[in-house]
Design a protein around this ligand. Sequence first.
Ligand SMILES: [Zn+2]
Length: 381
Amino acid sequence: MKQSLRLGRVAGIPVGVNWSVLVILLLITQIVARSVLPRADAGRSMAVYWAVALPTAVLFLASLLAHEGAHAAVARNKGLGVRSITLWMLGGVAQLDGEPPNARADFAIAAAGPVTSLAVGVALFAGAEAAASLGSPSAIVAALAWTGATNAFLAVFNLLPGAPLDGGRILRALVWMRSGDRARGDRAATLAGQVMGAALAGAGVAQLIFLGQTGGLWLMLIGWFLIWAAGSEAKARVVQEAVSGVHVRDLMEPSPECAAAWRPVGEFIATVATHSRQSVFPVVGFDGEPCGVVTLARLARVPPASAGDRTDTVAVALPHDYRAEPDDPVSSLTGRRPLAGMLLAVVVTGHRVVGTVTTDDVGRLVQQSMLRAGYAPSPVD
Ligand SMILES: [Zn+2]
């Protein structure tokens, strides 16, 4: 999650917000000003409601930071690095470096967030009580109580036992503790997250169809998000595990056939492309340096008339800067958007093309790694 605005550093950790946090800021200000406060303290002007609602929304965001800060503090205490804490549209993210060293640490890091939210909730309720007994305006008391209740709700929601929620990580830690196998804990948390997401989405559909309540749309959205997030987290983890420690040289298709940039494309199609086992070809210049790629799909779109003529291959090539060196880690390629839907890198040593890496190569590596780990290739197919 990109930080659009840096708020500062807490204990050396950069804390910031993504612009999308404005969505929750506005949503919460709106809910508090239009519905929470008028109900608790009727008869005041709208200006008063907005003036109380905005700081309430900021207080709520601060309590989200406390939640993420607790994850980060415990992670650091367990020896993990913390890259950043960022607030965005759907809450907070504490980006940790690496995985917890053991199941106990995993449990402690996961539990720290909801425990903090619960503690913040209780403290805000106590604050509301104190404000009431001191004779503060009902709007202030209601704002504190609402923020307290929302924190308590968040603590409970986050404890639902499925990835990507904190409860899912707690479930993973418990399975890991019992079985001694982290991967097994991961799979349990992913499955639980998907089942839970499906149940929420199903409840939303039922609410919409049978009760005619549009609130069902929210449940459907949250359920769908959980299913998606649990699945993509599992995929990312499987890929990450498969590529860790693997270098480009171990994975690349070595000595690929290349197309000479200055030769006619018709000649390349007739002599190489129609016979090769490759579907993507680096295009190289006089000096052997890659200057683009052509794929079979791209060559197939070359009109037959020009295939016979002297159009240079470089004229139909896709330009790119997807270079890699044989010693680069494969993990540096997996975040790339594949060129022409397949190419991740043209591997170059000195000025010579020595290999290519495609999504097929990474897919094969992932499947082999899953096969070795002994689990069915369901999360990634
Ligand atoms: Zn959390």
